[in-house]
Design a protein around this ligand. Structure first.
Ligand code: KIV
Length: 272
């Protein structure tokens, strides 16, 4: 049975800012396909991120760098078809916006036109301010991303906690203030000390969504496959696992294989 339009209220960039003002925490998870997005939306998650983590989780790459704009659009359009309420944010992949602001704008327009997503996310601060402004002039909502920025992994060399030193923390805070000033509607803060993340959240009026950034921010995001325990070799301190699907799914596949080989499946009732 389909749900009547009046039974749900779509999350918008405006409602997220209202949530921050009212002290209501924002929930966000990643999705890359229709089926997962549909379940996440049904569970009432506020934001679905079509993250470039698809490069790791879906394609098995070591970094987020290889995924292309067209591949992101494929994932995002699958997600869009499964969602009625959540706000859908799509990552601009590596190489699709770093060139110049014209390139950033045309990649964002392509995402919005071809996927039906509601906003884009890009990594960086002052160095991409021109691109952010240009995307915003086209009426495309922009989410920022500071702290650990996986697209710059080869510049930093590790995935360790960022902005532990005073100088880096100062730049991060300045970047967050700049992103708000430019017009970003929200900001992801990845793997930074909890005290700094809280200071950032208290210094700006747009929502700060943390991953490995403690509880003093306005919302939390996790990679869905990590929180479901499907990627069991990935064990950062910030990750809470809500299920052990790696084990559950392995058990199910093993049982299926046994049933096929023993001729237990299909039985009399499972055939025509
Ligand atoms: O791509 C992604 O999944 C992300 C989250 C980790 C925030 O950017």
């Amino acid at each position: 049975m389909s749900i009547a339009k009046s039974e749900y209220k779509r999350v918008t960039v405006k409602s997220l800012i209202d949530m921050k003002q009212q002290g209501i925490k924002i929930s966000m998870l990643t999705a890359y396909d229709y089926t997962m997005a549909k379940i996440i939306d049904k569970a009432g998650i506020d934001i679905i991120l079509v993250g470039d983590s698809a490069s790791n989780v879906m394609a098995g790459h070591e970094t987020t760098l290889p995924i292309t704009l067209d591949q992101m659009i494929y994932h995002a359009s699958s997600v869009v078809r499964g969602v009625m309420r959540s706000l859908i944010v799509v990552d601009l992949p590596f190489g699709s916006y770093q060139g110049d602001s014209k390139m950033a704008l045309s990649s964002s327009i392509k995402i919005m036109k071809e996927s039906g997503g509601h906003a884009v996310k890009l990594e960086g601060g002052s160095e991409i301010s021109e691109s952010i402004s240009r995307i915003l002039t086209a009426g495309i909502p922009v989410m920022g991303h500071l702290g650990l920025t996986p697209q710059s992994i080869y510049k930093f060399g590790t995935y360790t906690v960022r902005a532990k030193e005073e100088e880096e923390a100062k730049i991060l805070l300045e970047d967050a203030i700049l992103l708000e000033k430019l017009g970003c509607f929200a900001l992801v803060l990845e793997k930074v000390p909890a005290a700094l993340a809280q200071k950032v959240a208290e210094s700006i009026s747009i929502p700060v969504i943390g991953i490995g950034a403690g509880g003093g921010v306005d919302g939390q995001v996790l990679v869905t496959h990590d929180m479901l325990g499907m990627t069991h070799e990935f064990n950062p301190r910030f990750l809470r696992r809500y299920r052990d699907f790696f084990t559950d799914m392995t058990d199910a596949f093993t049982q299926y294989s046994k049933d096929v080989k023993s001729k237990d499946f299909p039985n009399e009732k499972e055939q025509y």
